[in-house]
Write a protein that binds this ligand. Structure first.
Ligand SMILES: Nc1ncnc2c1ncn2[C@@H]1O[C@H](COP(=O)(O)OP(=O)(O)O)[C@@H](O)[C@H]1O
Ligand SMILES: CC(C)(COP(=O)(O)O)[C@@H](O)C(=O)NCCC(=O)O
Length: 320
């Protein structure tokens, strides 16, 4: 069978695809719980996600998620009855994947906010995988400082341990923290996740399958613990232009902070700084997208495909 083209909007096999218009119809009667002020707090830099986008794209997604969540609870209860186990319910885990600068953070933060507002008020936690990047000194030792964001730049074992601990119901599981300001892991700082009902794990590589070991066996990957996953998708040229626009905005804002690792880009000429950003895309983030991130797209439960103006044009769902 010829591989399915995601550009043409076809539907085939175990997937169903809905145009933006059809998708929006699926949650027509769902009440909107977010206001403009909350949305502006959740939006990433240069991300124009509107309240209309929340109503037409994210509410249907949360309705679908609530079906998965309910079924997950039923399955969990019945299998535990069968096994005569009396363990507390463990969290429902959602992965959010996609390129650098595609808007994953906005999607993940929106999901956190909308799911927390469900009638049963679940406790929702969000963790980004950048905390599991190796510190710069370790990346340097591994000759991988120019590979930040590639699968090998993460402490995958620690990330897997973190997700497994949370998923198995352990209290107070902690994760390291990354700072865009210092461009490094923050020493002596951890965030703590305490038995949430829902855990959202957001990052470039969260849909990667497990690696094969030298002896030919495969281990586990974080994606093995996902109960639902979302891939935020767009044309690579659009994502590159969003990355460059964001870099230009960061030059005017965050990079001006005297403590910013990127301070020198606020000080050099715009042409020079933008030439650097273009090179970062062409040598790091672009190749990582094409070689590692995009190939995991088909593994997601839901794909949100954005157009050049950031609006989601169509949604693809795995039927099974
Ligand atoms: N150099 C930087 N300085 C400050 N903030 C940054 C920098 N690079 C990225 N960010 C912010 O970090 C967050 C994550 O960015 P990214 O990993 O590109 O994911 P996405 O754009 O898909 O949400 C975004 O909110 C972005 O605005
Ligand atoms: C921090 C990131 C690797 C993304 O981390 P994630 O939370 O998606 O794992 C990325 O946003 C980034 O800043 N890449 C750096 C590329 C570079 O300038 O070297």
């Amino acid at each position: 069978m010829a591989p399915m083209s995601l550009e043409s909007g076809e539907t085939s096999g175990p997937y169903v695809e809905r145009s933006r218009e059809d998708w929006a119809q699926l949650a027509r009667s769902t009440p909107m719980t977010l206001d403009e002020e909350t949305l502006s707090r959740l939006r990433g830099m240069n991300d124009p996600t509107s309240l209309r986008e929340v109503v037409e794209v994210y509410l249907p997604l949360t309705r679908l998620l609530s079906e998965y969540f309910r079924n997950f609870g039923d399955l969990y209860r019945s299998t535990h009855d069968f096994l005569r186990l009396s363990v507390e319910r463990t969290p429902f885990v959602i992965g959010v994947a996609g390129s650098v600068a595609v808007g994953k953070s906005t999607t993940a933060r929106l999901l956190k906010e909308l799911l927390s507002r469900w009638p049963q008020h679940p406790h929702v936690e969000l963790v980004t995988t950048d905390g599991f990047l190796f510190p710069n000194a370790e990346l340097e030792r591994r000759n991988a400082l120019h590979r930040k964001g590639f699968p090998e730049s993460y402490d995958r074992r620690a990330l897997l341990r973190f997700v497994m601990d949370v998923k198995s119901g352990k209290p107070e599981v902690s994760a390291p923290v990354y700072s865009h300001l210092s461009y490094d892991i923050v020493p002596d700082r951890r965030i703590v996740v305490n038995q949430p009902d829902i855990l959202i794990v957001e990052g470039l590589n969260v849909l990667q399958p497990a690696r094969q070991r030298a002896d030919g066996t495969t281990g586990l990957a974080v994606s093995d613990f996902f109960d639902f996953s979302v891939y935020v998708d767009a044309a690579p040229d659009d994502i590159k232009s969003w990355f460059l626009q964001r870099f230009a905005t960061l030059r005017e804002t965050a990079f001006r902070n005297p403590e910013s690792f990127f301070r020198r880009f606020a000080e050099m000429s715009e042409t020079e700084a933008m030439r650097y950003a273009d090179r970062v895309w062409d040598t790091i983030n672009g190749p990582n997208l094409m070689m590692n991130i995009r190939p995991t797209r088909g593994r997601a439960t839901a794909i949100l495909r954005k157009g050049a103006n950031h609006e989601v044009r169509w949604v693809r769902i795995r039927k099974v």
